[in-house]
Design a protein around this ligand. Structure first.
Ligand code: GMT
Length: 379
């Protein structure tokens, strides 16, 4: 199949899912055409069957806001015609679902059929999508998607609660390629960050408010009061400066290591003892799954789709949003009990295996196949 893939190229779960999906489809012989304004950060263009079509959104003085949607729709039309796309897969509803609809209508006028799949990732529904200003456009473009997928049952429920969707929503969870996590990782860096064998807590995100990174710091402070520990923060974003300040206020700066943006966090995760994810809302929590695939138990909130990934008392612990006391107690309990900790590590890995690529990829392929075999009418 010739598959068009649209995603945001920036650091974020939706871009990771789109890129890893595209890479896996390309390995199976499909031709995958990415369209974006810059290269998605995990995309390797030397891989066979992967293509990248960049577009520029011109900064004309008349525009206070650049016409991203129009340029992207034109790019989709162009790529669909010249690469003979069979199906288009857009990630993150805003604004990609309505852009896909526009492109589909333009192609229809040229008697070309292009079904599109919209994958809902999270904040496109739970945060940004809640803005009533988007409602008519999101509802319309989702109802006109030829298929909608959501990354968790929880996000599906949130979508149905927020928007009047008559269309079917199929849950296809986030995935990892477990084989890549079974490979031995480089461990020499552990000595660098934890020279005295301190426990290592890790948080990875794009540092937005919704991640509640201050709770990561408070949990770490409580853990550090009980045992030697280090906190590794991976990522960058709007909350970063405030978090640095908080670490200084709490006099933790010597034990907090900031690594900034890292495209592939496997090496960092391989030296982690615990992964901390105290998000306000989290539709799935891909970073938690990546940690679990590396046998790292997860201390998280119970919000959104997190309970579908992190099993309380088995692969980690779940607490109410903001309950740093509970999160810290759970972390300390696990870190102090070697036998329990080892059990959680094995459980985390076993749970992660359920989300292995080999189980998830066929679900996307089946969906594309269904759309291709019943094309949209181009009358
Ligand atoms: O919030 C992020 O970290 C980025 C965001 C995105 O859409 O780029 O992530 C969302 O999509 C991921 C992939 O499907 C999910 O695993 C994350 O849980 C989800 N984030 C939130 O719901 C906050």
């Amino acid at each position: 199949m010739n598959i068009g893939m649209v995603c945001f190229p920036t650091y974020g779960g939706s871009g990771v899912v789109a890129t890893e999906l595209g890479k896996a489809l390309a390995k199976k012989g499909h031709k995958v055409h990415f369209m974006s304004y810059s290269q998605p950060f995990r995309l390797n263009l030397f891989d066979e069957n992967l293509f990248y079509h960049e577009f520029n959104v011109n900064d004309y003085p008349l525009f206070e806001y650049q016409p991203y949607e129009s340029v992207l729709a034109s790019k989709i039309v162009d790529v669909a015609i010249f690469e003979q796309l069979d199906v288009l897969h857009v990630h993150y509803a805003i604004p990609h679902a309505s852009v896909a609809y526009t492109a589909q209508q333009i192609l229809k006028s040229k008697k070309i059929s292009l079904p599109y799949v919209t994958t809902l990732h999270g904040t496109d529904i739970t945060l940004v999508g809640r803005d009533p200003a988007f409602e008519p456009v999101i509802r319309f473009s989702l109802n006109h998607s030829n298929a909608i997928t959501s990354v968790s049952e929880s996000l599906k429920m949130d979508t149905l609660k927020t928007f009047k969707i008559d269309n079917k929503i199929t849950v296809i969870p986030n995935f990892i390629n477990i084989k890549e996590y079974e490979m031995p990782q480089e461990h020499c860096v552990k000595r660098k960050y934890a020279p005295n064998d301190e426990k290592i807590l890790v948080h990875i995100s794009n540092f937005r408010k919704v991640k509640r990174i201050e709770d990561v710091v408070y949990v770490f402070e409580k853990v550090k009061n009980k045992m030697p520990a280090k906190l590794i923060l991976v990522g960058d974003g709007p909350e970063k400066a405030q978090i640095d300040q908080l670490c200084r206020q709490l006099n933790l700066q010597a034990d907090v290591i900031n690594l900034g943006k890292i495209a592939d966090p496997k090496e960092i995760l391989s030296m982690a003892d615990l992964f901390i994810l105290p998000s306000e809302t989290e539709s799935f929590g891909l970073s938690a799954l990546e940690a679990m695939a590396m046998k790292v138990p997860v201390i998280s909130t119970n919000s959104g789709g997190l309970p579908e990934v992190n099993v309380n008392g088995k692969t980690g612990y779940l607490s109410d949003v903001g309950n740093v006391e509970d999160m810290a107690n759970n972390a300390i309990k696990l870190l102090k009990d070697n036998k329990l900790f080892e059990q959680f590590r094995q459980n985390a890995f076993a749970q992660a295996k359920k989300f292995d690529l080999v189980n998830i990829l066929p679900q996307y392929e089946k969906l594309y196949q269904q759309l291709v075999s019943s094309p949209v009418t181009v009358a």
